[in-house]
Design a protein around this ligand. Structure first.
Ligand code: DGY
Length: 316
């Protein structure tokens, strides 16, 4: 793929791995939004053909409107709920993302959170560090192997989690828009029923308005006092206030959360609880996967500037 560097005008408007930023700087005419003053931003926006953002970026219609010549929004991430894709498509601006390459890492992290929360691994470390072991053994914890696992959202990541959970001899059921042919797991028509039937509920649905606060007080009540909630999807899929109230009242047993409603803020009510494990939206953050994601972003941008079809277009 060849293209003219001077014509390949890119604005980087979010954190990208240094190796990707360097590659873009070497091959394109790159402007870094965060380093520009108002006048420079106006000039850069005027000419930009590609906007490079990440999976946590908020790209509103108003923001997009500042870029009159924009042709592509390249997302370093699989999630694009922060991007107003409809507004972009309405102006003929394509959107690309980085699916596939992060599936295994996110599934690994979901299992890690499930194990860490159920077996209270983080609290066990605190127990040792507090010097409490000399006073007696650690509390008994919840068994994972052979348990009932519910997966909400059976896309690539949900299916990768199910394959891992099968190794733990878990009984797996799931919700999705409809049953997925060929999957050896039990389809359940709605989330409340699924929550009521399982010991562990992992949220794998897409973010966005359709899934906002999908896990509310009713779902938490259905999950019940032995139930563990895991979220590696988007913070917005859980009503955090309802979750904190449910943890306070013992309505559920615990939660393992990699994503939050207002990142990077994690409500202090979720800190320091023995039955809650929190991580900073890091499920796909391994060296290998972040490199693969960067390569995909570059390939999409290069394809666009070379007049080739995008490798990973986000469809309307
Ligand atoms: C994604 O790819 O959407 C991850 O959540 C990282 O933002």
């Amino acid at each position: 793929m060849t293209f003219d560097k001077t014509e390949a005008k890119v604005v980087k408007a979010a954190f990208l791995p240094p190796a990707l930023a360097k590659r873009l700087d070497e091959t394109c005419t790159l402007a870094d939004w965060d380093l520009l003053n108002e006048t420079e931003r106006k000039a850069a926006a005027e000419d930009a053909r590609v906007l490079a953002v990440n999976g946590e970026s908020i790209v509103t219609a108003e923001f997009i409107a500042q870029f009159p010549k924009l042709e592509l929004i390249a997302d370093f991430g699989v999630g694009y709920d922060g991007i107003d894709v409809a507004a972009a498509h309405a102006r003929g601006i394509a959107v690309s993302n980085t699916p596939g390459v992060l599936t295994d890492d996110v599934a690994d992290m979901a299992m890690g959170l499930l194990l860490a929360t159920s077996r209270q691994i983080v609290e066990a470390q605190r127990f040792i560090e507090r010097g409490d072991w000399a006073k007696g053994g650690f509390t008994w914890t919840k068994k994972v192997s052979g348990g009932k696992l519910g997966i909400a959202g059976m896309g690539r990541i949900g299916q990768a989690i199910a394959r891992r959970a099968a190794g733990f001899e878990m009984e797996i059921s799931y919700t999705d828009r409809q049953a997925i042919p060929g999957l050896p797991y039990t389809f359940v028509g709605d989330l409340a029923t699924l929550a009521a039937e399982v010991d562990f509920l992992i949220m794998c649905v897409n973010g966005g308005e359709k899934t906002r606060a999908l896990v509310d007080a009713e779902i938490l009540k259905a999950l019940g006092p032995e139930g563990i909630l895991i979220n590696i999807a988007r913070g917005t899929v859980i009503d955090e206030t309802a979750l904190i109230a449910a943890l306070d009242a013992g309505i559920i047993a615990g939660a393992g959360l990699d994503v939050f409603e207002c990142e990077p803020d994690v409500p202090s009510a979720l800190h320091g609880r023995p039955n809650v494990v929190v991580t900073p939206h890091m499920a796909s953050a391994t060296h290998a996967t972040r490199k693969a994601m960067g390569d995909l972003v570059f390939e999409n941008i290069a394809a666009h500037f070379s007049g080739q079809p995008l490798k990973n277009p986000v469809n309307p």
